[in-house]
Design a protein around this ligand. Structure first.
Ligand SMILES: Nc1ncnc2c1ncn2[C@@H]1O[C@H](COP(=O)(O)OP(=O)(O)OP(=O)(O)O)[C@@H](O)[C@H]1O
Length: 295
């Protein structure tokens, strides 16, 4: 027993034994791969890709059986149709892939430093009056069960969705919001988009989420709110016509039946974030002009 142990130990310390050299970069790489893998699994779970994965597993099993029994014709067909199948998957899942990439672009690693939009400096933030107006109107509409859908734009410009509605240019106030969503009025259907302190569009059509986790009790208004929050960094407020509940969607998550304090806090937090973005942009612009001056 002792000799076996000694032999194992000798081998363990001998030069022939391979010890991988783990650098800090390797550990970081493992963390990145784990994170990406986890995100892909989450994406598969929340989209139709889960069905696709099951289909791929069945095909893989079939090919494995063909390989074990040396069915060369089937193997030849599988081998030659692989590129076609890969292209088909990309075409079938184009909306999901697009959404996933949009979500990736939404993560604010550097995008707010590299300003691609032509937004004026005054539109970057919204005032306390706007926050109070949205909170007051939402709960006033909730009390009388008037449905509403309010999209508060942040860093990502929602021009694409804005153009689906009727253009407006009006300061946010509780009276205006209540008036817009009043039943049987021309602007009440669909969503409004708030940019800074102004309502820029009404009756907008938002993308519907295909998240299977959304409660079946909820209809298209809430699904549209979640859908919008999946493809942008906007905060969306919904008022249910059925229950009068006020809910908030952001980052693909819907928080139902919130309190006025909660809504105010959420709006204040994104308002502060917008101010921070504005500040960073100013620093960046200042630094760039300084660089040019030095050149
Ligand atoms: N894709 C969309 N984009 C913008 N608004 C939408 C969209 N789909 C539905 N709506 C709005 O939601 C209203 C329909 O709401 P619906 O009753 O189906 O949803 P809900 O989630 O059950 O809401 P509620 O609790 O208010 O009934 C429509 O009249 C329209 O104003």
């Amino acid at each position: 027993m002792n000799t076996v142990l000694t032999q194992v130990l000798k081998r363990f310390v001998s030069e022939s034994w391979y010890f991988p050299q783990i650098r800090v970069v390797d550990a970081v790489e493992i963390l990145i791969i784990t994170f990406l893998f986890y995100q892909i699994i989450l994406w598969i779970k929340n989209t139709k890709a889960w069905m696709l994965l099951r289909g791929i597993l069945v095909v893989a099993l079939f090919i494995l059986v063909a390989a074990v029994f040396k069915m060369y014709t089937i193997l030849w067909i599988a081998q030659n149709s692989l590129p076609v199948m890969a292209t088909a998957v990309v075409i079938i899942f184009q909306p999901e892939l697009r959404r996933a990439l949009e979500k990736l672009g939404e993560k604010q690693f550097v995008p707010n430093m590299v300003t691609l939009d032509k937004r004026g400096k005054d539109n970057v933030r919204f005032s306390q009056k706007t926050i109070d107006g949205i909170v007051e109107a939402s709960f006033a509409m909730g009390a009388v069960k008037t449905g509403a859908l309010i999209v508060v734009e942040q860093a990502i410009m929602l021009t694409e969705y804005e153009s689906t509605g009727i253009a407006l240019d009006c300061i946010v106030s509780p009276q205006v919001l209540i008036n817009i969503f009043e039943h049987n009025t021309p602007l009440h259907d669909g969503a409004i988009i708030v940019r800074g302190d102004r309502i820029v569009s009404a009756t907008c059509y938002l993308p519907l989420s295909d998240n299977m986790g959304i409660s079946k009790e909820l209809g298209t208004r809430h699904r549209a709110a979640v859908g919008m929050s999946e493809v942008s960094d906007a905060l969306i407020v919904t008022v249910s016509e059925e229950t009068g509940y006020v809910s908030v969607a952001m980052g693909g998550q819907l928080v139902r039946n919130v309190t006025p304090e909660y809504l105010k806090k959420r709006l204040e937090s994104i308002s502060k974030k917008s101010v921070e973005i504005g500040r960073l942009k100013k620093i960046w612009k200042g630094w760039r002009s300084h660089e040019k001056g030095v050149d």
